[in-house]
Each structure stands twice: as structure tokens, then as C-alpha cells.
Design a binder for this molecule. Structure first.
Ligand SMILES: [Zn+2]
Length: 145
């Protein structure tokens, strides 16, 4: 998303953009200038967020340690934006985690930041495999409709 950089005196595509709430309660987007690193603000919701049913981003997380909980996974992703859901897949019969799961982020830009920041990161002695989930959802089980 673009914002005006006070230092460069020009519009830049914000880096690390994230949705924030201003003191007056208004939604805004905060990020940094990719050129000079100055903090940038843009008041108002980004176009992604205006559309409520809009592009949430679904992210596949693989190579998960069995010890990682959904709450811990949520915290990892929350550093990059708004997490709307976290699901760790467990075996239907044994109830044991299968070592992978899905995280949904409120916007594609946050999701992409999370993928870039977390793919390969070590969590409980395992390097996470983080990637965009395939858009076509598998209807088997129907847990993710
Ligand atoms: Zn700048």
C-alpha cells in the first residue's frame, strides 16, 4: 500500500505495512519507507480490509513440532499482522498432531510478510515450512469452509 514519505517527499510503497488503530479509534495502516526507513502512516483502511469477505490469506505451516500449540503458532504469526484463525491438524483417530496446520491472516500483505518472516524459522527445534496454502480448499472433512 502506498503512503507519503515525509523524508523522501514522495509516495512510496510501504514496507512492513500493518493495520493499526489510531488514538481516536480510526483505522490506519502503519509501515516504513522502503528507501529511508522513516515510519509511514496512512489513515483509513486499506482496500483489502474494506472488503470484509476480501482476501484473507490462508497459510500452510509444515514441519511443526508436535509440542507447538495453536496459541504458540498464533503468537508467531501475530508479529506480522492480524491472525484470524489457527488450526493444527490432528489425526482423526489418535488425536495426535500431524505436524502441520493452517493459519489465516486478515490480509494478503500480512500473510506474505509472515511467510517471508517465518519460513525456515526454528520453532521448538524444527525449521518451519511456511507457504501460501492452495486457494482451492479440499472439501474432505469440511473443517475449513
Ligand atoms: Zn522515505
Amino acid at each position: 500500500m502506498e503512503a507519503y514519505c515525509m523524508k523522501c517527499r514522495t509516495k512510496r510503497e510501504m514496507k512492513d505495512a500493518e493495520a493499526v488503530t489510531m488514538k481516536n479509534g480510526k483505522p490506519a495502516t502503519q509501515g516504513v519507507c522502503p528507501v529511508c526507513g522513516t515510519k509511514m502512516f496512512r489513515i483509513g483502511r486499506s482496500t483489502e480490509q474494506v472488503n470484509k469477505s476480501g482476501p484473507n490469506m490462508r497459510i500452510y505451516v509444515g514441519n511443526l513440532s508436535y509440542e507447538v500449540t495453536e496459541e504458540e503458532l498464533r503468537q508467531e504469526f501475530a508479529a506480522f499482522g492480524e491472525v484470524t484463525s489457527v488450526t493444527i491438524i490432528t489425526d482423526k483417530y489418535s488425536g495426535r498432531p500431524k505436524g502441520f496446520g493452517f493459519v489465516e491472516m486478515a490480509s494478503v500483505s500480512e500473510g506474505q510478510a509472515a511467510i517471508a518472516g517465518l519460513n525456515g524459522k526454528t520453532l521448538k527445534d524444527r525449521a518451519l515450512n511456511v507457504d501460501a496454502a492452495r486457494p482451492r480448499s479440499d472439501s474432505r472433512g469440511g473443517r475449513f469452509g
